[in-house]
Design a protein around this ligand. Structure first.
Ligand code: SF4
Length: 244
């Protein structure tokens, strides 16, 4: 990790840094963008260190093969994307991209699927347009952490073929550490800190105008989008044991 510290020390330091940001903006809406910027920056810097010397990735932002997997996100990432979508929905609609309708439909079709069911559905993320992510700069850590070395095998997997896709371990590990550090800091601050299925969570956040306010006050307006295979009690115990 950066500064040559181990994963445990990195997790604690990153969690403390997120806590400092939360303390500085506790109930203000700009907290969402600040936490996400911090998370994305930490991911980028540390993955660059950890992946130094690895073979070149096949991912360059112009391929959406993996955008058919289930995406999970923390609440700040959901609210950041929801704001981008609501601010830009009219401009997208002028180009024939009915993003709000797409997200409603994706929630109905995909919002309750398990990871395996989601993979089998082979449905593209509603933010994909002509194989490009409409919110690429704001994509969640889960998307950033999925990086592959071989485009052909990604495309084959996206077609439903049973192939091994070589993916970057440093991306997976750093994504997990940064995501966990962010969740640990949210938990310490009494903010909802689960992992949410992105389609359902976006639909909830876009449908309820006061969802962000509720989250900032310590409620969880995204409860219906929580993924069932993320155990809050177990994760909380792991964070406690790690000293977050
Ligand atoms: S948010 Fe963007 S990068 Fe992530 S799955 Fe959707 S289209 Fe792909």
């Amino acid at each position: 990790m950066s500064g040559d510290i181990g994963p445990s020390a990195f997790f604690k330091a990153a969690s403390r840094a997120f806590s400092d940001t939360i303390d500085s903006r506790r109930t203000r809406p700009e907290l969402v963008a600040l936490l996400c910027a911090q998370a994305f920056d930490s991911f980028a810097k540390n993955v660059a260190i950890q992946a130094a010397g690895d073979p070149a990735l096949a991912c360059h932002g112009e391929c959406a093969a993996c955008c058919r997997l289930r995406v999970v996100a923390t609440a700040p990432e959901v609210f950041l994307l929801a704001r981008f979508i609501s601010v830009n929905a009219a401009a997208f609609a002028e180009r024939g991209i009915l993003l709000l309708k797409r997200i409603e439909a994706a929630d109905r079709a995909l919002g309750a699927l398990t990871e395996e069911q989601r993979m089998a559905a082979q449905a593209a993320c509603p933010l994909i347009e002509r194989e490009l992510c409409l919110a690429y700069r704001l994509r969640p850590l889960a998307c950033r952490g999925h990086a592959a070395f071989d485009k052909a095998s990604c495309l084959a997997a996206a077609r439903g073929e049973a192939v091994e896709t070589p993916i970057s371990t440093p991306h997976l590990v750093v994504r997990s550490l940064v995501q966990n550090a962010l969740m640990a800091a949210l938990r310490c601050a009494g903010l909802a800190w689960g992992l949410y299925e992105i389609n359902r969570a976006l639909n909830v956040a876009l449908s309820a105008p006061d969802a962000l306010e509720q989250w900032l006050s310590g409620e969880d307006p995204l409860t219906s989008a929580r993924i069932p295979d993320f155990d809050l009690i177990e994760a909380g115990a792991i964070f406690d044991a790690a000293g977050a």
